[in-house]
Design a protein around this ligand. Sequence first.
Ligand code: CP
Ligand code: NVA
Length: 309
Amino acid sequence: MRHFLTLKDFSKEELLEMIALAQKIKAQTKRKEFVPYMERQTLGMIFEKSSTRTRVSFETGIYQLGGVGLFLSSNDIQLGRGEPMKDTSRVISRMVDMVMIRTFEQSKLEEFAHYSKVPVINGLTDSYHPVQLMTDYLTMIEFGKADNPVCAYVGDGNNMTHSWLMLAAKMGFELRVATPEGYECDPAVVEDALAIAKESGAKITFGNDPVEAVKGCDVVTTDTWVSMGQEAEKEIRLKAFAGYMVDEAMMSHAKDDAIFLHCLPAYRGYEVSEETFEKHSETIFSEAENRLHAQKGIMVWLDAHRNDS
Ligand code: CP
Ligand code: NVA
């Protein structure tokens, strides 16, 4: 059985199999062919943080695959009143067929997976957001930007950045990361990504100059400067990230046909200008829709591999 906790745990070939499944099922869905790949299966969806896209895409996705999603907010289940993660896992995983969790520490997700009888999917932790990066890769393919692209990530060295590092390392493309001093990526994640990159030929660089990162690139991306759980640091963060907004002046350094991706929610006037956001809204909202399709590919792949030793 395989869990989907970080992209690090999968080979490039396996990730591409999931993407291929996503593309196939997306095409079927667009033709209104709802193939029951996961008939009568239940997906438990545990949320310790807020969500719009993750909740709606997983719940809709499992339904379109012939199953049903259970929205389990930690405010409503005993987890929120102190029932241990390992007990929550041992109970829920005896009743459902797959689990998606959005939580804080990656270690909590790993603990749940360790005790689970069914595949577990990371729906975002403080460390990673792997389902979003599978989505972003699907979107890059659709917009013709997956063939040896140069990508730039501008902003906070956070869960999104870490997953970008893993995607670039696995797929073997160039990624330039620009973060303000003091907001760099976790050194342990960087070390892992660079080790994988050595094998795949990916070129990953780090710096503090967003314009330098964006120069001549095909894909520009960013994320909020204040992630969930960091609300108390908001004022200090907004000051630290001055000069990191992706706006038209910054985009002018990228290729003329560069695309801009954002996992959303976007905070205009902070990490992205209103003008740049609206100019790229077709790409951004295709990316949002692709959450639905990419995650179906991941769920069907995990279901097919649940008896692997
Ligand atoms: N991008 C993303 O995960 O969005 P939600 O927080 O709305 O799920
Ligand atoms: N880095 C953001 C991503 C939201 C989808 C957060 O963790 O809040």
